[in-house]
Structure formats: structure tokens, C-alpha cells
Design a protein around this ligand. Structure first.
Ligand code: FES
Length: 532
């Protein structure tokens, strides 16, 4: 079954936004049209700024439209673990920011009448394993200390009491249709003068003394301030050394009973699972979703990525009356060094360039937090959350351990591929529908053989910082194990930090050699110069 986001399929009337044509001058340019970029654009449009959103693909078509649609104050980084490197004020601030963001989304859906199925529901946190009880207890204590109304309970609507060890509940959490929400906001701001562009790829960005210059594939944008809202900043940034890319997996299933509990569950066992439902007036859209199986991007422990979906499906069939598995998809998230996102100016000397990253798998709320916070920062309004999220803390002592760990991990990826060991010696070792990295004429080449036996080849050297990409056979993509860039089979960038596509290659299948064609080598700009 091919991967397909439930949210994409259930957004029938998707508004289209134009490509940029020619040059533009605005107060603020926002790179990225996901929930972070669009929320920031909303705040700045409301504040009277001229704003342009530059989205390389479709608005909401990145991680926002491939999430699970859950809105909650808890965080996958766990507050009791964040306590290990941050003070109590930070914990309270993060919890308060997440709660405010949830309220903000609800207000927007009501005010703008966005048909995105927003509804409040409880969050349950439980374990079936004795060894995990203390985690539940510590997290509940941390949430309570941060002022959150969470309590231990003896009933959860998923399991009889005898089948779980410990459970807690917090009311007032929510779910919605994330893609419809973001498109609703984008449509609103576009109608009020915000310029929203799709299929507009940024290929260079420079912060200069009194302005920023952004080169795109369709024209140049000059602005006084820029927000890089691309999940991880594109180009080369210090924060990439402390934000680790991970992929996680989701399946959406139909139940024979048609009984979808209106709640969100975290099962905190050895194999953590998030279980949620999407239920509306239309039974067609009712779905139970199970998410989990995180691993580092490009570093899956299973060669066969479909294992991750299969494990979720086995879990679903064991615990629920599954009628059919309807959708499956995966998404990327970045983990910060101390469990708290990096939001704000990109580094201490930056004056005009802002970033937001390190959301864990909690990006719908953190993207909204970032939009609110960046909106305030860019108009000079004080916001008490800034101290907790300040992006310039990236490589401070608090995250030093992660800095070392992540860079040892990145170094290990370089070393693993140096000396280079190819996945295969010959093209004949690549089956239909499979991708492998080969050494051909002294070059590392990523080769995919499609179902019609056509070969698609591109350089296997990531254009970000030259790690070797790895084949992802669940999504048919080339994934970089160092900082999470992902590429399509033709080498085009799906998500950064890489900006430039992998260089396409031509193979002569009669002799297995590369075709040396100058057109494939000339004029290729190095677009991954550090963004300054
Ligand atoms: Fe950094 Fe590939 S994403 S080297």
C-alpha cells in the first residue's frame, strides 16, 4: 500500500496559491507554508505588516498535512525529562505556551468559521508495564507542578482496569483537521493582503545590514525581516548540530464496531504508541489512528521500512476490531537538545533572520506557539515565552551533551560511508521498485529501478554537507542520515536543510557506466553556501 496522508485525501477543495512572478519587496518574508509559517503570517498581517509566504510545494503539504491532528499540552519530550536541563520557570512557560496555542487555534476556527472538525477531548496517559509506572507518576507530577489539571484515573475508555497498570487523564485537549485549518488561515490572510506563493523555492538567502535578500526560482524578494519556517532551517545553521531528525509512522484504520473513542491516548510502554480517532458527522471520515515507531531519518534499524507499518498494523489488529487499514503515512520531526524548541533569532549576531525548529512530534501546537511568539518578536512586542524558547541557546551548556551526541552521530554517518561501501556492485542487483547506492566510475550514485524496469539515477552525495543518502523503501525517497534532508527519486528536494537537488545522472544500462554529458554537470550552482 502506498503512503498517503488521510488529511490530504480528505481535503477536497484545496485552494491554489500562485507562484511568485518577478521581484517583490515586503516587510517580512516567511519561508515555508506550514502551520508555523502561516500562523506567523497571520499575526503579522493582523499587525499591519506587508508579508509574503514562500512555499516550495503546497501550503500545508509538508509535515502539517502529514501529522496526526492532535492538539495537547503534554509533550513527547516529557516535562519531567526537560526538568533535567531547564528550570521550573521554563517548564511552566512551555506548558502555558502550549495551552495558549491550543486556545488560539480554537479561537481562529470559531472566528474564521474554518471547517476543520475542531473539538475538545481528554488526553489519557497509561501503561500496561509495571516498569513504566514511575514514568507516568513523574510526568503527572511535573504537569501538575506546571499548573496543568491532570489526575490519576481508574478508568480509560480503551481497556478494562485489569489490563493497565497506571493511567492519568487531562481534560480540555483537542483534535482537528490540520490541513483544512492551515488552508483556512492561509485563505483568510491572502484575502487581507498577505501574499502567499506556492511552488516558489528559495535558493539563496542573505541577511545584509539593512535588509534581507531572498533568491527564489521565480524572482527576488527583499524584506526587512525573514522567518525560516521550514521545520529545520534550510542551508547551514548551527542549530542543525543540536536538532536531530526522526521519522515516525501512522496508520488509519476502520473499525467493524464503528465505535471510535473520542479521546487521545499515549501508551507509555517499551513500544510507545499514540492512539487517536478522527470522528465527525460523516462516518466516512471516522478513523482510528495509531502512531509510533520513531527512528532517526536515514538510520532505520530495519532494512525493510514497511516493518514499521506492519508493526503498527499488528498492534491495531491485536487490540481493536479492525475492518480495514485505509491509510498509512510517515512524517519527520526534529528533536531539540533539551526537549524545548528553538524559536527566535537564528544566532546571537543575527538581526533580521528568525527560525523555529526542534518541535519533537508535537509540531501542531509548537508551530502555533512559534507563530505567536515570532509574530510578537517581529513587531517588537514583549512575550514572556521567549526566555524558554530562545533559539540562540542552541549550543549553550544546557544542550552540550546533545551537541556532542548528535555530532558524534553525524560523524558516525560520515565514517560509516567512508571508506565507501556500496549497497550493490552491479545494476543487476537492483530489483524492480528498489533503490541502491553504487559506486560508478568513481562516483557514488543513487539508483532506483522503477516497476517498468527504468533506471533513475542521481548523485548519492547530499547537497547539504555531503553525507551519503540512504534508500527509504516505504516512501521511495532518498533520505540523508546526517541532518534529515530527503529527496525524490529524480533527486529533487522534498525537505531540507538541503536546498539544491541531487545532481541527476544518466546511466548506460548496456555497460553499467555513467554517461558523461556536460549538460548534467555544467552550470550547477552550489546553492548550499551557508546562509548568513
Ligand atoms: Fe546535512 Fe545531508 S542533510 S549532510
Amino acid at each position: 500500500m502506498k503512503t498517503q496522508s488521510f488529511w490530504e485525501v480528505t481535503t477536497p477543495h484545496r485552494p491554489e496559491f500562485p507562484e511568485l512572478e518577478g521581484n517583490l519587496d515586503v516587510d517580512v518574508a516567511i519561508i515555508g507554508g506550514g502551520i508555523t509559517g502561516i500562523t506567523t503570517a497571520l499575526q503579522l498581517t493582523d499587525a499591519g505588516r506587508s508579508v509574503a509566504v514562500l512555499e516550495a510545494r503546497r501550503v500545508g503539504g509538508g509535515t502539517t498535512g502529514w501529522s496526526t491532528g492532535n492538539l495537547y499540552v503534554p509533550t513527547g519530550a516529557y516535562y519531567h525529562k526537560i526538568q533535567g536541563s531547564r528550570d521550573a520557570e521554563t517548564i511552566t512557560s512551555v506548558a502555558a505556551a502550549r495551552r495558549s496555542a491550543l486556545d488560539f487555534i480554537e479561537q481562529q476556527t470559531v472566528q474564521k468559521k474554518i471547517d476543520c472538525h475542531f473539538s475538545r477531548r481528554p488526553w489519557y496517559f497509561f501503561t500496561q508495564e509495571k516498569d513504566m509506572v514511575s514514568t507516568i507518576e513523574k510526568e503527572v507530577e511535573a504537569l501538575q507542578r506546571a499548573g496543568m489539571p491532570v489526575t490519576f484515573v481508574d478508568d480509560i475508555p480503551l481497556l478494562p482496569r485489569a489490563r493497565f497498570q497506571k493511567a492519568a487523564r487531562m481534560d480540555g485537549q483537542a483534535r482537528f483537521h490540520p490541513l483544512r485549518y492551515v488552508l483556512g488561515i492561509a485563505t483568510d490572510i491572502a484575502s487581507r493582503g498577505c501574499q502567499v506563493y506556492e511552488h516558489t523555492t528559495v535558493i539563496d538567502l542573505k541577511e545584509e545590514k539593512d535588509h534581507c535578500t531572498i533568491q527564489t526560482n521565480h524572482g527576488t524578494v527583499t524584506c526587512r525581516q525573514v522567518v525560516i519556517a521550514t521545520h529545520i532551517p534550510i542551508g547551514i545553521h548551527t542549530v542543525q548540530t543540536v536538532a536531530a531528525p526522526h521519522r515516525s509512522y501512522v496508520i488509519a484504520v476502520k473499525l467493524k464496531s464503528g465505535n471510535y473513542p473520542d479521546a487521545y491516548f499515549w501508551q507509555n510502554d517499551t513500544m510507545h504508541k499514540a492512539i487517536t480517532t478522527h470522528s465527525t458527522d460523516s462516518m466516512e471520515l471516522d478513523m482510528l489512528m495509531i502512531a509510533g515507531n520513531h527512528h532517526k531519518t536515514g538510520q532505520a534499524s530495519h532494512q525493510e521500512y514497511h516493518h514499521y507499518f506492519k508493526e503498527l498494523e499488528d498492534y491495531a489488529r491485536k487490540h481493536f476490531d479492525v475492518a480495514s487499514v485505509e491509510y498509512r503515512w510517515s512524517a519527520q520531526h526534529y528533536r531539540s537538545g533539551d526537549g524545548v524548541p528553538y524559536i527566535g533569532l537564528t544566532h546571537k549576531d543575527a538581526r533580521r533572520t528568525y527560525i523555529a525548529t526542534g518541535f519533537y512530534a508535537d509540531g501542531l501546537i509548537y508551530g502555533t506557539v512559534a507563530g505567536i511568539l515570532l509574530g510578537d518578536m517581529l513587531v517588537g512586542k514583549e512575550n514572556t515565552w521567549l526566555k524558554a524558547f530562545d533559539a540562540t541557546r542552541g549550543t549553550n551548556l544546557a544542550t552540550a551533551a546533545t551537541f556532542v551526541k548528535e555530532n558524534v552521530n553525524v560523524a558516525a554517518q560520515y565514517l560509516k560511508d567512508s571508506p565507501f561501501s556500496a549497497d550493490a556492485e552491479h545494476l543487476s542487483e537492483i530489483s524492480l521498485g528498489e533503490g541502491k547506492v553504487l559506486e560508478m566510475d568513481g562516483e557514488k550514485v543513487a539508483v532506483y529501478r522503477d516497476e517498468n524496469n527504468h533506471l533513475h539515477a542521481c548523485s548519492a552525495v547530499c547537497t547539504h554537507m555531503k553525507c551519503i543518502v540512504h534508500w527509504n523503501n516505504a516512501e521511495n525517497t532518498w533520505d540523508c542520515p546526517c541532518h534529515g534532508s530527503r529527496f525524490m527519486i529524480d533527486g529533487s528536494v522534498i525537505e531540507g536543510p538541503a536546498i539544491a537537488n541531487l545532481e541527476t545522472k544518466q546511466i548506460d544500462s548496456s555497460n553499467g557506466r555513467l554517461v558523461k554529458d556536460e549538460r548534467h554537470h555544467s552550470g550547477q550552482r552550489d546553492l548550499n553556501n551557508p546562509i548568513t
